[in-house]
Design a protein around this ligand. Structure first.
Ligand code: TMP
Ligand code: MG
Length: 302
């Protein structure tokens, strides 16, 4: 064990950074070893999108979520912008409030998403304007995203992006960053357009931050590409993201990584107790990339 630990710090030095917190380092090490022994063929990656694959902030300014990318004159009028911002200012503090439980937050999140989606539908958003809105936005994936997507593609590891954001916008963000690759699968809130390309509804069951478990059980469990891959690397920025792997039957090893972007001191303890690895104010994919590099390397496989 001692020897392994030494080996570990040499092979994944990124885990020694002071922004990396772990409740139980030995469990993390054992899980990564087990995943490496099983190899890329046994692995799947499940990741949240907003503020997990995308940055939280850049040059001191918040990076927009997929919903906030829609806040563009091309798509919505001033009154809608104002209302969406008011809703964000009301409900986002609740979403990240360390003093409330997920059960308490759940109905309020349904309220937030429902109100925003109703507003968006009233705006008669045009499908053919979405790409331009994404181009004009300051949407930004985390540093190192290219290495992340490329390695998963190279190793034929499926990536499930599981987002309570807007699927059509999410797809456009990854397309414009040239990483909408064949191994990428998406579960999200998709827009339903009428024959003339005008938004008329959202498809399927609403996904918000605290009902990803239901989405995982109804959608992810049926995704063929994910089957027969019992090892899961899960990435998220909300405690609600931890249920994204609930659809994986007969999993063997799960390693969870949580990006702690906001309200750091208030939420540190609960994040450390909930995620295997917590990354504090880290805008990069360096740690997930280092772990993936190790897991998908063939060296020392027994
Ligand atoms: P995620 O599941 O990809 O992280 O997307 C959900 C995030 O979207 C969540 O953290 C809150 C955020 N959000 C907005 O920024 N604006 C909105 O209007 C809504 C409904 C959600
Ligand atoms: Mg998120």
């Amino acid at each position: 064990m001692h020897c392994k630990t030494k080996l570990f710090s040499v092979q994944i030095p990124e885990l020694a950074k002071c922004s990396v917190l772990m409740r139980e380092r030995s469990r993390v090490e054992e899980t990564i070893y087990a995943m490496q022994r099983a190899g890329a063929g046994s692995l799947q990656v499940i990741s949240d999108f907003d503020m997990t694959l995308t940055r939280f902030a850049h040059n001191g300014k918040r990076v927009p979520t997929t919903h906030n990318i829609l806040d563009n004159q091309l798509l919505i009028d001033e009154d809608c912008t104002k209302k969406m911002r008011e809703l964000l200012n009301t409900y986002y503090p609740i979403e990240i409030d360390a003093s409330r439980t997920a059960e308490e937050k759940l109905p309020l999140m349904v309220e937030w998403w429902t109100k925003v989606h109703e507003l968006l539908i009233q705006q008669r958003i045009r499908k053919d304007m979405l790409a331009q809105a994404v181009r004009e936005s300051s949407a930004m994936l985390r540093d190192g995203y290219k290495v992340f997507f490329d390695r998963l593609t190279e190793q034929q590891v499926p990536l499930l992006i599981f987002s309570a954001g807007v699927g059509d916008v999410l797809e456009e963000v990854i397309r414009q960053n040239h990483v909408f690759l064949p191994n990428v699968h998406i579960i999200s809130n998709y827009m339903d357009f009428d024959q003339t390309g005008v938004l008329r509804a959202f498809k399927g069951q609403l996904i918000h931050t605290f009902n990803k478990r239901e989405g995982a059980l109804s959608h992810a469990a049926g995704l063929r590409a994910l089957q027969g891959r019992p090892n899961v690397l899960l990435l998220g920025d909300s405690l609600g993201d931890l249920t994204m792997a609930d659809g994986v039957s007969e999993h063997q090893n799960i390693l969870t990584i949580g990006f702690l972007n906001d309200q750091v001191e208030e939420r540190k303890e609960s994040y450390i107790n909930s995620f295997d690895i917590v990354l504090v104010k880290d805008e990069t994919m360096d740690v997930p990339n280092a772990i993936l590099r190790y897991i998908t390397s063939s060296r020392d496989r027994k």
